[in-house]
Design a protein around this ligand. Structure first.
Ligand code: ADP
Length: 264
């Protein structure tokens, strides 16, 4: 693929920015189907937003396009009113932090796995790990932050990896955070820790959560419903439940399940 060229504009990393998708269409292959079809929405600065919808609906594609993994076929994506294609590539990378459960781990110490080449002091790394609810676990290991992970070292559970990922994001302190909720957590305690870690991470950020369970995002400022590459509904939980559309049917199914935690 041809290398994408960024523009020359730069947004301050300590700003707070809204995100606009304007008639965004994208397909992975020239002759393939559209993964996104004329998708439009506006996310206000400093708000928590959730993408919901069935698997394959286009949620991941949308967040990856925000990170400019690929160029659009048509439409515009803006951060703080500036098209991302006009931003310097390094600047765009500085503006967002992605948090996933399956993270890339270095065959190195836990310290370096959180620091990720940022040059942050050990004290700062530990502060981030504390806020991400992973410091206590690390300190319980005989070599603490000097513990190596990977083939020769300690293995981390999915929840622990996710908290390492949150610690990295806290350290990065980017104005936009993209959080892919895990489809399942090993235990309630871990899930609770992740909720606290997230609250610490998301303060003052513009957030997109790819949600797999509805009950975690009831309080989101905006919920965007994806279906088959299109955005079919958007609004708050209350607004969408009243609409009697796809979201309200998903919510009914969710509340009817034993613990209201059914995956979507
Ligand atoms: P979601 O995150 O909602 O599950 P995705 O954005 O992953 O949905 O997928 C949207 C559509 O794009 C699906 O039809 C999927 O098969 C397709 N798709 C996703 N990633 C790729 C890829 N790397 N190459 C080709 N098609 C892809």
């Amino acid at each position: 693929m041809e290398e994408m060229k960024g523009g020359g504009k730069v947004l301050e990393k300590d700003g707070c920015y809204g995100i606009d998708f304007e008639n965004v269409s994208f397909r992975y292959k020239e002759d393939g189907n559209d993964a996104l079809r004329s998708v439009s929405f506006r996310l206000a600065p400093g708000t928590i937003n959730a993408f919901v919808g069935p698997s394959g609906a286009g949620k991941t594609t949308a967040v990856q396009l925000l990170g400019r993994y690929w160029d659009l076929n048509s439409g515009t994506i803006k951060i703080g009113g500036t098209a991302i294609s006009e931003l310097k590539t390094e600047n765009l990378m500085d503006l967002s932090a992605f948090v996933f459960q399956d993270i890339f781990l270095l065959e190195d110490t836990l310290l370096e796995n959180i620091r990720m080449g940022s040059g942050a002091s050990e004290e700062k790394v530990r502060e981030a790990a504390k806020a991400a609810q992973i410091d206590e676990f690390i300190m319980s290991l005989p070599k603490a932050y000097q513990t190596r992970i990977g083939a020769e070292g300690v293995r981390l559970s999915g929840g622990q990896q996710q908290r390492i990922s949150i610690a990295r994001a806290i350290l990065k302190d980017a104005p936009i955070v993209i959080f892919d909720e895990a489809t399942s957590y090993a235990d309630i305690e871990n899930e609770h820790k992740i909720q606290i870690a997230l609250q610490n991470l998301l303060k003052g950020k513009t957030t997109i959560m790819i949600a797999h369970r509805l009950y975690t995002i009831r309080n989101a400022d905006k919920i965007i419903v994806f279906q088959d590459g299109s955005v079919t509904e958007q609004g708050t939980h209350e607004e969408l439940v009243k609409k009697d559309g796809v979201y309200s049917r998903m919510w009914d199914a969710c509340t009817k399940s034993a613990f209201g935690k059914e995956e979507i």
